[in-house]
Every structure is written in C-alpha cells, then in structure tokens.
Design a protein around this ligand. Structure first.
Ligand code: IPM
Ligand code: SF4
Length: 463
C-alpha cells in the first residue's frame, strides 16, 4: 500500500536519492506562523490554497471561544496570525467561531479531508494519525512547511516498510490505545525508526475508525515515519456523507479498493503480536515504551541485566516519584486529562462517560474532558455525555490540544501526577515537574473515580 501511494505521488527523483512528491492535502495549525513568514520574506504566495486547510489548536485556551479574550498575548498572536494568513492566502480556516475548529488531526478525518490514497502532510509529528484512513500521512518541519506552501511538493527520502500484524480478538475493556502501547512496549520507542508501518491482522481490522486513528496517531512514538491501515468497509462507511467526501463517491471507492497491499507483498520488517494477550495498559516512565498491563507491578532496576536500562529506570522513578515493585494500581493521581488527538474523539468520550456515569470523581482529583473538536463537543452534548461528566465532577471544556502539551498554558503543577489519554509522557510534557501516565479513555475515567490507576475491567464488572 505504501509503495502504491508513493508511486502515485512521485514527481521526479534527484541524484542523491531524494524523491519529489506531490502533496494532496496540507493541514496547518496555529504553530505554523514561522513558515508563512519565511514565504512572505521571499515574496512567494501559497501555490495551491485550495489544498490547504487550517485550524487553531495548540495555543487556544479551552475555557473560551473568543480570540480577543485570550489573555496571553503570545498565544493570542499565534491564533491571530493563522487567521491573517488564511484571509490573505484564501485557504479554508476552521476558526474558533465557525464551529469546525479542533485539533488538526481530529478535524482532517471528521471533515472527510483525509482520504485513502492521499499524501497528507502537516507541520506536526502526529500527522501519522491520518494514515488510519489508508493515506500516507506524515509530519514535516517548518522549512518543509514553507516548501509545501510555495510549491505543493516535498522532497523526501524513501522510508523502509514494516508490517505489524496483531492477530486474534481484543478482550473486554481492551482498546486501540492498549494495542499501540503494547506494540511500543514490545518494539521500543525507536523500534520503527525509518519505517512506514502498516498495521494488519484481525485485531486491527476489527477496530473502528476512531480506534485506527488512535493507533496510527502513536506510530511516531514507536519511531515510525508514518502509520497506516488498509481502507475497507469501515473506512468507507466512516467517510461517506462527510463534508469533503468525494462527490463521485462510487468511483472514489472503486479506486480506494485497489490500495490495500497485494497478497504476498514484501515488507522490510515484520512484527507479529497476539491481540488476545493484550490487557489494558498504562505507562509508568518517561517514554511511551515504559508501558505495562495495569495488573503488573513496577520493574526492579536491581534485577535489570542491562546497566544502562537500570539507570534509566532509576532516573524515571526519581522523576515520577515511584518505587520498585509497587503495584500499578497503588499509584494515586492528582489530575485526569481526557482528550488530545490520540483519544479526544466521540467514541473515546463515550467510553469514558460509560465509566463516569453514576460515579463521582474521587476527592482531591481534578478531572478534565477536552473534546478533540467543536463537532465532537456538539455530538457529545447531543448524546448527553457532557451532563454525565459534569454530574460526576469532571470539567467539560472547549476543544484544543490543552494539557496534552500545555502550549496554551493549561498545565499541571510540579510534582502533580496526571492520568492522561494523550501520547507523550516525556519529562515536563504536561508542565515542569508534572508526571504523566498514558492510558486509554475508559482507564483514565477509572483513575478519576477511584483516585488511583485502576483496572477498568474490575470497575465495570462492579468490583
Ligand atoms: C507543536 C508540534 C509541532 C508538536 C508535534 O510536532 O507533534 C506537538 O503537536 C506535539 O504533540 O508535541
Ligand atoms: S493534541 Fe497533543 S499530540 Fe496532538 S497535535 Fe496537539 S499537542 Fe500534538
């Protein structure tokens, strides 16, 4: 599938082996202002404004939809710059006021902008998300953003291919988030470096589109250049009727059906996992590879044969305020964050609400639900999920990246422990000194109502 999409976008090759690729969709967020400045300085206008789609996400506060009300002048400036660039260049902006705003990786799929067979780029590493629809989608740097703006093309070195097959069926309470954390725990945070991952197998094809988006989102946390899932009936059903779905639907679907890898396709690397064996996962360290089943206890660096790894574990424990051998379920949390481009979609909110329904956020815990987009928020409200959350004591916020990264100022205090549905648990990611545990949305809700990391399967079974 990767080879087919690559070949369809290849314009020419350079002597040093780089390929010039044509870009179908260029997604832009509010951190892209420097690229527009680069272009402006050289007197170049965007080449194909009809292929550029933008939305503010990183810098927007999630307690207001009023740009003028953004108190931080730097943050407001980033949002205003995007509005100005969109107005000047004439590309579509899903602005704070028009009801379509959201995290760029939520907006692309939900508007139907991200489609099978496309080459999609964005100045953001989690662009891998869009590969869930059978696209080749990857993040690019600021200079590359300027290059794509100016030419609608991009120079790339051809990555290697890797297939990760997850067989079997996922058990009760096991989600796409657990699958990707289990994969990264298995292959390591650099396990897919230089590769485009194609996910396959019954546990993958059995996932909803939301689940596939979660999976592909974190391909980058495994070191992958991109992640993709072959388009199938789930993909077509998801896209049908969306704003940017192709007008010539039947023809589009017929072409999409040609994309999946041929039987016997050869990959540079193959990894196989048993989906039946995957349990709800949670991270304990400062890399997404530091993930364990919720039923496990923390590792003991004394028993670690590799001295370097033992030192890393000790350093992680020091930062995270943890001790060897502690059961994961003994770890108390101060905050819970449900949202981000990993797990801020409607299905994620439904899963979290199911746990929150009729329960209360534990005393002393601050729990936030931040929908991935304004449409997700409206949909959740139409289903009454906002009331489920607020009655349980969760804060119900506006859409944005929020505490995933905290560029909008929404961060945890030093030493605070956060159960978070986002994708990165690096030191300081959610604020200086903040401690992040990654997990799925139902697991995050379980942590909120118990006050500690908890096995959602036990809670839902009444235990
Ligand atoms: C700010 C942006 C460039 C960054 C990324 O590339 O992923 C952010 O979205 C993140 O998740 O760390
Ligand atoms: S939600 Fe988080 S991971 Fe996703 S784009 Fe925003 S900051 Fe990056």
């Amino acid at each position: 599938m990767f080879e087919k999409i690559w070949a369809r976008h290849r314009v020419l090759e350079r002597e040093d082996g780089q390929t010039l690729l044509y870009v179908d969709r260029h997604l832009v967020h509010d951190g892209s202002a420097p690229a527009f400045e680069m272009l402006r300085k050289r007197g170049i206008a965007p080449r194909a404004p009809d292929r550029i789609f933008a939305t503010p996400d990183h810098y927007v506060p999630t307690d207001t939809r009023d740009v003028d009300a953004i108190a931080n002048t730097e943050h407001r400036g980033m949002v205003e710059a995007l509005e100005r660039n969109a107005a000047e260049s004439g590309f579509r902006l899903f602005g704070l006021k028009d009801g379509g705003q959201g995290i760029v990786h939520v907006v692309g799929p939900e508007t139907g902008l991200s489609q099978p067979g496309m080459l999609i780029v964005c100045g953001d590493s989690h662009t891998s998300t869009h590969g869930a629809l059978g696209a080749l989608a990857f993040g690019i740097g600021s200079t590359e953003v300027a290059h794509v703006l100016g030419t609608q093309t991009l120079w790339q070195r051809k990555p290697r291919t890797m297939r990760i097959t997850v067989n079997g069926t996922l058990g009760f309470g096991v989600t796409a988030k657990d699958v990707i954390l289990a994969i990264i725990a298995e292959i390591g945070a650099a396990g897919a470096t230089g590769h485009v991952i194609e996910y396959a197998g019954s546990a993958i094809t059995g996932l909803s589109m939301e689940g596939r988006l979660t999976l592909c989102n974190m391909s980058i946390e495994a070191g992958g250049r991109a992640g993709m899932v072959a388009p199938d009936e789930t993909t077509f059903a998801y896209l049908k009727g969306r704003e940017y779905a192709p007008a010539d639907w039947d023809l589009a679907v017929a072409r999409w059906r040609e994309l999946p890898s041929d039987p016997g396709a050869v990959f540079d690397r193959e990894v196989v996992l048993d989906g039946n064996a995957i349990a709800p996962m949670v991270t304990w360290g400062n890399s997404p590879e530091d993930a364990l089943p919720i039923t496990a206890s923390l590792p003991d660096p004394e028993r670690e044969a590799d001295a370097e790894r033992a030192a890393t574990i000790r350093a992680n424990f020091a930062y995270m305020g943890l001790a060897p051998g502690m059961p994961l379920t003994d770890i108390k949390v101060d905050r819970v964050f449900i949202g981000s481009c990993t797990n801020g979609r409607i299905e994620d909110l439904r899963a979290a609400a199911e746990v929150a329904r009729g329960r209360r956020v534990a005393p002393g815990v601050t729990a936030w639900v931040v929908p991935g987009s304004a449409p997700v928020k409206r949909q959740a409200e139409a289903e009454g999920l906002d009331r489920v959350f607020t009655e349980a004591g969760f804060a119900w916020r506006e859409a944005g990246c929020s505490m995933c990264l905290g560029t909008n100022g929404e961060i945890a205090a030093p030493g605070e422990r956060v159960a978070s549905t986002s994708n990165r648990n690096f030191r300081g990611r959610q604020g200086p000194g903040a401690r992040t545990h990654l997990l799925g949305p139902a697991m995050a809700a379980a942590a909120a109502v118990t006050g500690h990391l908890a096995d959602v399967r036990q809670i839902m079974a009444g235990g």
